[in-house]
Ligand binder design. Structure first.
Ligand SMILES: [Zn+2]
Length: 328
């Protein structure tokens, strides 16, 4: 009886171990095949169905967004408008090919396009694909290039965890300092921007505080927190003239589960942030003074991803996008 019990336990143990190993192999094979099928050819075919106005070869440098935002604020007000406003809704780590699964409803991208907006491919990394990138295709370099209009040879942010000097200022600071705008808000959940050792904008935040510039650096808890903070800011009668908010589900899901177009969880993460983006635009439109305001709305990403990471030279990591409600 005693040995029979031992045999039963041994059999159960063997079955459990086999099941565990089997599951491990299954997950590995699934992920391997997912990445293996995430080829350049597959990527290009998906890009072709997004509806981009340009091609990978004619992609715009992400640094160009800086000039577009600056021009918006310095151009004359259109007739009937009394105030300029701008928002950048950032989708962190959002690949440019995934936009082809956007929903008809509840999508910031479609909300902008439905009102005559433009959709273009942009690139990060300093140079366009297939030239090898000169700065990491990562978060800090990407957003810093958009916010300063420069590549890392000037702003110095070649990768994450490098603190930017004040030789190059972000648009939030320079526009506020030159009194082109009254105030700006930077809303994010990622501590690497200005909330930990070696964060990118530590000195910039300090500079704004020391010089009494109305630039808010708002570190939020989770993606929901960033969304709530953006809604709260936009809901204020005298909201910041320039709002820079980053939603990060695509990046965190990519790092945890894979940035692949073949990963249903990554697709879900994209749909979720595109929904947040949509609600953010709805909040803008709900402003009491919306009719007399001239809003520039930009939806963009800092970098793409491949496998469980980004930073390198693959086409999936290099291409980003810019969806704008204005034609430049
Ligand atoms: Zn990122």
């Amino acid at each position: 009886m005693k040995s029979k019990k031992k045999i039963v336990i041994a059999v159960i143990a063997v079955v459990l171990v086999a099941a565990l190993i089997g599951t491990g192999i299954y997950i590995y094979v699934m992920r391997y095949s997912r990445d293996k099928n995430d080829t350049e050819e597959f990527y290009r075919a998906n890009i072709d169905t997004v509806g981009y106005e340009n091609t990978i070869e004619t992609a715009i440098p992400q640094t160009a967004l800086y000039g577009i935002i600056q021009k918006h604020f310095t151009d004359e007000l259109p007739e009937g408008k009394t105030e300029k406003k701008a928002i950048v809704i950032g989708y962190d780590g959002c690949r440019a090919d995934i936009l082809n699964i956007r929903q008809k409803e509840n999508s910031a991208i479609n909300a902008v396009l439905d009102e005559g907006g433009t959709i273009n491919l942009t690139y990060c990394g300093g140079v366009n694909y297939p030239e090898v990138n000169t700065q990491d295709t990562s978060t800090a370099p990407g957003w810093c290039s958009i916010l300063t209009g420069q590549w890392a040879d000037i702003h110095g942010i070649t990768g994450n965890d490098i603190t930017k000097t004040m030789d190059t200022k972000t648009l939030m600071t320079s526009l506020t300092e030159s009194k082109i705008i009254d105030s700006a808000s930077f809303i994010t959940k990622w501590a690497g921007h200005f909330s930990r050792k070696n964060a990118t904008y530590l000195l910039e935040k300090e500079y704004c505080e020391e010089n009494n510039l109305s630039v808010a650096f708002n570190k939020c808890e989770g993606n929901e927190g960033s969304f709530e903070a953006a809604k709260e800011e936009i809901g204020k009668a005298d909201c910041s003239d320039f709002v820079f908010v980053i939603y990060e589900q695509t990046d965190s899901t990519g790092h945890n589960k894979g940035f692949s177009y073949n990963n249903p969880l990554y697709k879900e993460a994209f749909l979720e942030i595109d929904g947040y983006g949509f609600e953010t635009i709805e909040a803008i439109k709900a402003r009491e003074t919306y009719e007399s305001e001239d809003w520039l709305i930009i939806v963009t990403s800092d970098h793409g991803g491949f496998g469980k990471g980004h930073g390198k030279a693959s086409i999936q990591e290099r291409m980003t996008f810019a969806v704008m409600n204005k034609n430049f």
